[in-house]
Design a protein around this ligand. Structure first.
Ligand SMILES: [Zn+2]
Length: 152
């Protein structure tokens, strides 16, 4: 379960509209609520406190790929820690494509237990927003599982 405050939810959807027809991307900061995250059970829920917009560095194919600059990520992580926040997930948009993860999205996802939020932007208007949690223990058995998202 991913809990996200209304303003952050609105903002991440708007970002997808602003960058249309390119993909937008960013990070979700907050806290892992840390219950039931033992092996075999579902990971605990997460609460988003803030979203950070990132530049899409995929200049070669920005309409269907996204990439967050690793230097951006390190900075975001450091600034978050100073405020008691952790990276709990990432988000990006799918211009004129469904809000479902692609094989490339899975391939490029490496943060286990984190949420990957995808917003479909149809003709410049944000429609469906879904969240998926990266489950598994390593690159060989990783998979996305549907995650409930609650706007609070
Ligand atoms: Zn994608």
């Amino acid at each position: 379960m991913l809990k996200i405050p209304q303003p952050a939810y609105v903002s991440l959807r708007q970002y997808g509209e602003e960058t249309y027809p390119d993909e937008c991307c960013g990070a979700l900061l907050g806290q892992f609520d840390d219950n039931g995250s033992e092996a075999g059970s579902e990971a605990g829920s997460k609460t988003v406190t803030r979203i950070v917009r990132c530049g899409n560095t995929r200049a070669d194919s920005p309409h269907n790929r996204y990439h967050i600059d690793p230097r951006d990520l390190i900075r975001i992580q450091r600034e978050g820690r100073e405020r008691g926040e952790e990276i709990v997930g990432f988000y990006h948009s799918h211009p004129d494509h469904p809000a479902e993860w692609s094989p490339t999205d899975l391939e490029e996802a490496h943060w286990f237990g984190c949420s990957y939020v995808i917003t479909s932007v149809e003709k410049g208007v944000a429609t469906i927003t879904n969240s998926f949690e990266l489950a598994g223990t390593d690159e060989d058995d990783k998979k996305f599982v549907d995650e409930k998202m609650e706007v609070v």
